[in-house]
Design a protein around this ligand. Structure first.
Ligand SMILES: Nc1ncnc2c1ncn2[C@@H]1O[C@H](COP(=O)(O)OP(=O)(O)OP(=O)(O)O)[C@@H](O)[C@H]1O
Ligand SMILES: [Mg+2]
Length: 382
């Protein structure tokens, strides 16, 4: 069903950063200006570029962690040495495997790195239980295959095939959701850097150009994921992406993401810093299982990731704007946290309630923000 033509156009006020009507343009479009600045910086300073790269490793790092001097925004928070190591592994022979809990910005990091290194982040294989070898290697345009037989024209390259030919970074999302035999298709590609195409002749092959590599992401916590074979593991260097620990950093991150998703302040309800502080504190308490004062907290099964904290902040802003009076308070946050954390799990509802009944109630005695949170959260379980 399409309703495009009958609905009023609200995209202009929803505030996309790219100025077109795509919900989320790829990183190289969203940050085109920053990428151009960094390329200019490279040539001005004469930085050396690894073969096939669009930017120098220094510029790639600056793109991800930001540079005040160059006016480049920070995008990934928390672990700068990890970014350095990731950039170094992209120059090496192995692929880069980003593993970690859900919502720790593994996909975001892989998108940013490929946008910076290759100028595009769209060569992506989305791993699912239904991913086949064809998705990893190549397939055929059957109409052409029938009419003219196997040929260059009838071959449909996979993103990996294209990345090899063009010397670009390819992203492989959620690789552990693919069956092991599909994951293993990558083994020979990564070690031999070539892909045989026997249908086009005994020696026909796609050879990888410099600049080709794979950034894979895997969420090791979810159910229904497959083991990785030792052979595949050897082809990758692994980096574990951890949740952001620093509260001030997480607050800044949520603020930035709010601006990225809902537009600059002025176009949307302001989320006061002290409300963000409540939000981030709730997430950190429930994520770590302990308050800052050291009191134990029952951790929900649901991962209280930073990505979810951003979702709550966005939802609270939308609630305030469209259903409330335009001010975001801890009350909107409380209502949205309940929705995020529960995910229909009774046990998690009990844990959150325990947190509200104990920790939040105590804080509410002396702090008006926590009182607003408590008053809004309390009736949710009555
Ligand atoms: N360290 C961080 N720096 C910046 N943003 C972060 C960070 N951690 C989480 N985020 C937020 O999380 C959002 C989504 O993260 P992303 O989808 O990349 O996570 P993921 O690790 O791939 O999760 P999943 O395992 O569920 O696929 C980002 O867009 C950002 O808002
Ligand atoms: Mg992901």
């Amino acid at each position: 069903m399409t309703t495009e033509t009958t609905l009023p156009d609200t995209t202009a006020t929803a505030g996309t950063t790219a100025g077109n009507d795509e919900i989320r343009p790829p990183a190289e479009v969203r940050y085109a200006a920053e990428l151009a600045t960094l390329a200019a910086w490279d040539s001005e300073r004469g930085h050396e570029l690894p073969p096939g790269w669009r930017l120098s490793p220094r510029a790639v790092r600056a793109f991800v962690v930001g540079s005040d001097e160059l006016g480049v925004s920070r995008k990934f928070y928390g672990d700068d040495p990890l970014v350095d190591r990731a950039v170094v592994s992209l120059m090496g022979r192995q692929g880069l495997m980003l593993v970690g809990e859900p919502g720790t910005a593994k996909s975001m990091l892989s998108e940013l790195l490929s946008a910076a290194v290759s100028g595009s982040s769209t060569l992506t294989v989305q791993g699912t239980a239904g991913t086949t070898e064809d998705h990893v290697r190549y397939s055929w345009n059957y109409a052409l295959l029938v009419s003219e037989g196997p040929s260059e024209r009838s071959l449909v390259p996979s993103p990996i095939c294209t990345g090899m030919r063009e010397g670009r970074v390819v992203r492989f999302e959620e690789i552990t959701r693919c069956a092991p035999e599909i994951q293993d298709t990558l083994v020979s590609i990564l070690s031999e850097k070539q892909l045989m195409v026997p249908e086009l002749g005994p020696d026909a092959r796609v050879a990888a150009r410099p600049g080709f590599t794979v950034i894979a992401t895997a969420n090791l916590k979810d159910r229904g994921v497959h083991e990785m074979s030792a052979a595949l593991k050897r082809r990758f260097s692994f980096e574990t992406v951890a949740p952001v620990r620093d509260r001030a950093f997480e607050i800044e991150l949520v603020q930035r993401q709010l601006a990225a998703e809902l537009g600059p302040e002025g176009d949307r309800p302001e989320v006061p810093r002290d409300v963000l502080e409540v939000l981030v504190t709730v997430f950190q308490d429930l994520r770590t299982g302990s308050t800052r004062e050291g009191a134990p907290v029952k951790r929900p099964e649901t991962v209280m990731s930073t990505a979810e904290a951003v979702n709550v902040a966005v939802a609270a802003s939308l609630e305030a704007r469209y259903l409330g009076d335009g001010t975001v308070t801890a009350a909107e946050v409380a209502r949205q946290v309940a929705g995020v954390a529960l995910k229909g799990e009774e046990e998690d509802a009990r844990r959150l309630r325990h947190y509200v009944d104990n920790v939040v109630r105590e804080r509410a005695r002396t702090d008006a923000r926590w009182k607003a949170f408590f008053t809004a959260a309390e009736p949710l379980w009555r």
